[in-house]
Design a protein around this ligand. Sequence first.
Ligand code: HEM
Length: 170
Amino acid sequence: MAMNPRLRKLALTAHVTSSVGWLGAVVVFVVLAVVGLVSRDPQTVRGAYLAMEPTGSFVLVPLSFASLLTGLVQALGSTWGLFRHYWIVIKLLINVVATVLLLVHMQVVGHVADVAARAALSGGDLVGMRVQLLADAAAALLVLIVAVTLSVYKPKGLTRYGWRRRHEAR
Ligand code: HEM
């Protein structure tokens, strides 16, 4: 169902705000993960891991769902469609996979934050999990940059379904 131009602009504003906001929050997460790994000051390390939990629960997770929801509205409420263009299918995949991994990742964040709340973490404590937090956040940043790039360039490739629909329309 096509939206009228006003509604479409409003929905696009919500989509760009939530999606690029999500990317910005991931940058904050990468910085916190780096600070948590490299700082020598125990209070700074503790603060970095404690800040990750609310950042994840109240910013990253809601924005990832908002990006998905508003993206679906953009695709289904316009002539773009959901499965006609590869760039939209790829963004849908990126969004769904990144959101699922984020929810898994939040378990690790919760565990590291719990330990950091009870005692100061020193260099070697939970190092595997702390490196994983950084690697996951860096990977999320990379795929979100890919999603923004696809959105702006909108490469032309049509899926098989997209070709069929175009043919039928003619
Ligand atoms: C993965 C995270 C996402 C990011 C970072 C993102 C980013 C963006 C940005 C920046 C635009 C504006 C491009 C422009 O107007 O030039 C856009 C547009 C769009 N996005 Fe997303 N998006 C994401 C997820 C999704 C999802 C999951 C869908 C649909 C399943 C989607 C569908 C669309 C559509 C159809 C447009 C074009 C709207 C229009 O021009 O009418 N996006 N996206």
